[in-house]
Design a protein around this ligand. Structure first.
Ligand code: HEC
Ligand code: HEC
Ligand code: HEC
Length: 250
């Protein structure tokens, strides 16, 4: 009888152990499957509201570095991400990161127009205004763009990098000579993110019409004549040069 009882106990333990193992295996497989579908994941919900998910997954970090980042994000609003969720999010990032980076690179588009390439590649991690406000020498631009490519972990190819650096140099040259360029930054960026304007292409007549409309909106919003007609003309000039139909940005 004692022998029987012992056996039953052993069998029970073995069962428990086995089912535990199976459960563990199944759970991580489910987690992985979900990760691959990018569905139902906390990281997708909690980490996509203030910036894109690409902003999250492009970063290459160790587990402890991720902990620090997630805690920093949690501290932005403790009610939005709770401690228990932070742990879950960490697991999800570690499990699904490689697959997501792979998907990002697969979906990466090529652009003939260097302006679009610039907007696509350089808005991944920060606002483009940060770049547009900079006045750099050719060497400095080259250095910055190369440093950014290192940050982007292969998402920005070396060909992209060369084309973007060239685009920024040429643009800087045009802007430096042009009276409207400082006005453009001073007068347009407080209502629009730069990328929004940069993605538009128009002829002179169209630019003038848009800017006159903006001028009216600005006058109502700021209760002052924000954009004088002569400023509109100077900014139209620069936009036709950099974002008109005849511009070849390659
Ligand atoms: C309340 C807004 C907000 C939420 C929610 C948020 N972030 Fe952020 N995140 C930011 C801001 C703002 C920055 C840039 C400034 C900074 O670093 O604080 C940033 C920067 C980052 C960066 C780059 C900087 C670094 O430390 O590497 C990563 C990676 C990141 N977030 C990951 C996450 C993850 C993962 C989550 C979800 C757990 C998340 N974020 C949720 C606002 C947020
Ligand atoms: C993977 C994320 C990432 C991408 C993509 C990225 N940046 Fe950055 N960028 C950063 C971080 C992080 C900083 C702040 C730290 C630093 O200055 O190195 C920064 C800072 C900057 C600055 C201010 C600092 C300086 O050196 O003047 C400029 C300008 C800039 N980036 C330009 C660009 C350009 C141009 C591109 C596109 C080629 C780009 N960034 C793409 C992450 C990125
Ligand atoms: C006071 C805020 C404000 C300022 C300053 C401003 N805009 Fe606008 N802009 C707007 C608003 C609002 C719209 C949407 C207009 C609408 O729907 O009628 C707009 C629309 C646009 C559009 C899209 C127009 C279209 O019909 O496709 C462009 C491009 C644009 N603005 C460029 C500029 C430029 C360049 C400047 C600097 C000269 C500028 N804006 C200054 C508020 C502003």
């Amino acid at each position: 009888m004692r022998f029987e009882a012992l056996r039953t106990k052993e069998v029970m333990w073995a069962h428990l152990l086995l089912s535990g193992l199976i459960l563990y295996g199944v759970t991580s497989e489910i987690l992985l499957a979900q990760a691959l579908n990018n569905k139902g994941y906390l990281v997708d919900i909690k980490c996509s509201k203030c910036h894109t998910l690409r902003r999250v997954f492009i970063m290459c970090k160790s587990e402890s570095e991720w902990r620090v980042t997630i805690e920093k994000m949690m501290n932005k609003n403790q009610e939005w991400i709770q401690p228990a969720e932070a742990e879950q999010i960490l697991k999800e990032i570690l499990i699904s990161r490689a697959e997501r980076v792979h998907a990002m690179c697969q979906e990466r588009k090529d652009y003939e127009d260097a302006r679009f390439l610039f907007v696509d590649r350089c808005t991944l991690c920060h606002n483009i205004n940060r770049i547009l406000y900079q006045d750099k020498t050719p060497e400095e631009w080259k250095e910055t763009v190369e440093r950014m490519c290192t940050e982007a972990m292969g998402y920005i190819t070396s060909e992209d990098s060369e084309r973007i650096a060239r685009f920024l140099l040429e643009r800087a040259e045009i802007l430096r000579e042009d009276a409207g360029s400082k006005l453009f930054l001073d007068k347009c960026m407080n209502c629009h993110p730069g990328e929004q304007i940069l993605l538009e292409t128009h002829n002179r007549k169209e630019w003038r019409k848009i800017l006159r409309n903006c001028s009216e909106i600005a006058a109502k919003t700021f209760k002052t004549s924000w954009l004088h007609p002569y400023e509109v003309e100077l900014i139209v000039d620069i936009l036709v040069k950099t974002q008109g139909f005849s511009v070849q940005n390659n």
